[in-house]
Design a protein around this ligand. Structure first.
Ligand SMILES: O=c1[nH]c(=O)c2[nH]c(=O)[nH]c2[nH]1
Length: 286
């Protein structure tokens, strides 16, 4: 039975890297997990077992560390660009390279009321992300984002007016807990990438907008708040035209304390992870 190779790519995933940037008076710390994927002229590796054009994934892993040592990049986006150009430059058989970097939060320790220059504490489970790719001779494409930004509001959230049918058990509520773990991704415009932007500053600005909108929004649903957050992000900057958002509805179920003769007007809940609502949308400037 004849078959053909439709598409392929390969590389190294979960390359973990801790980078210390040593300034005279203080150190900076980055923990990155890197994935490198190559597409290109690798057909014969699959069809004939010919490895002549195969850069070993082990070498890609070494390249991640080598470029990190040489790089002066302060953002993972700029680091990813350098890594891609290094690989494209040495591997004409590669048509394109994609690098995904995920950053773990480390915060500077406060000691005696002061930020300590060389000691850190793991932040939340939140991750900052970027996907950077380039085809030989073309411009970079960069999409950055964040995920596992876990937030919860205890007021200004309700869910009413939904479909009621023979299978409905959910009561309407004008006052509920709204907990979620935000995932957001925004492609940078070509113009912004060409102009050269401070990726860290933009990310922190967008993150602030997402958080502030979440807190202040009078929410009629997760869908409406997600849209307001995306709209806020697009409203406050012109270097992105689109944002993808995923916000699981992490339900907190009111405990029935009536059995013990107690009232429970939204004080005691059971947090649940599963099942959870899945709400996602892409919002674009028009
Ligand atoms: O904000 C919400 N959106 C829904 O679509 C939904 N569905 C549900 O059961 N609870 C909620 N909450």
């Amino acid at each position: 039975m004849p078959v053909k190779l439709v598409s392929n790519r390969y590389g190294k995933s979960r390359v973990r890297l801790m980078r210390v940037t040593r300034h005279e008076q203080h150190h900076d710390l980055d923990e990155w997990t890197v994935q490198v994927l190559l597409t290109g002229d690798f057909d014969t590796a699959h069809t004939l077992g010919d490895n002549a054009k195969i850069l070993p994934t082990d070498t890609m892993k070494n390249t991640v560390y080598h470029v990190a040592r040489e790089s002066k990049a302060t953002s993972m986006e700029d680091y990813a660009k350098e890594l891609i150009d290094f690989l494209l430059g040495r591997n004409p058989q590669a048509e394109s390279v994609e690098v995904v970097v995920e950053s773990t939060l480390w915060k500077r320790l406060t000691v005696d009321g002061q930020p300590y220059p060389t000691a850190f504490m793991r932040g939340s489970d939140e991750r900052q992300t970027t996907t950077v790719s380039r085809q030989q001779g073309q411009a970079f494409a960069i999409t950055s984002g964040l995920e596992r930004l876990t937030v919860l509001k205890t007021a200004q959230s309700g869910f009413m007016g939904f479909i009621k049918d023979s299978l409905t058990t959910l009561p309407e509520t004008s006052d509920r807990l709204f907990g979620t773990a935000v995932k957001a991704e925004w492609p940078y415009t070509k113009a912004a990438i060409e102009a050269g932007i401070d990726f860290n500053k933009v990310r922190s600005h967008l993150r602030d907008i997402l958080i502030t909108t979440f807190a202040k929004h009078d929410s009629l649903s997760v869908q409406q708040t997600l849209y307001a957050m995306a709209e806020g992000a697009l409203h406050h900057t012109d270097i992105i035209d689109e944002v993808y958002m995923l916000m699981p509805n992490k339900h907190n179920l009111l405990v029935d304390l009536g059995r013990f003769g107690q009232e429970n007007p939204n004080h005691i809940f059971v947090p649940t992870d599963e099942p959870h609502g899945t709400i996602e949308a892409t919002v674009r400037r028009v």
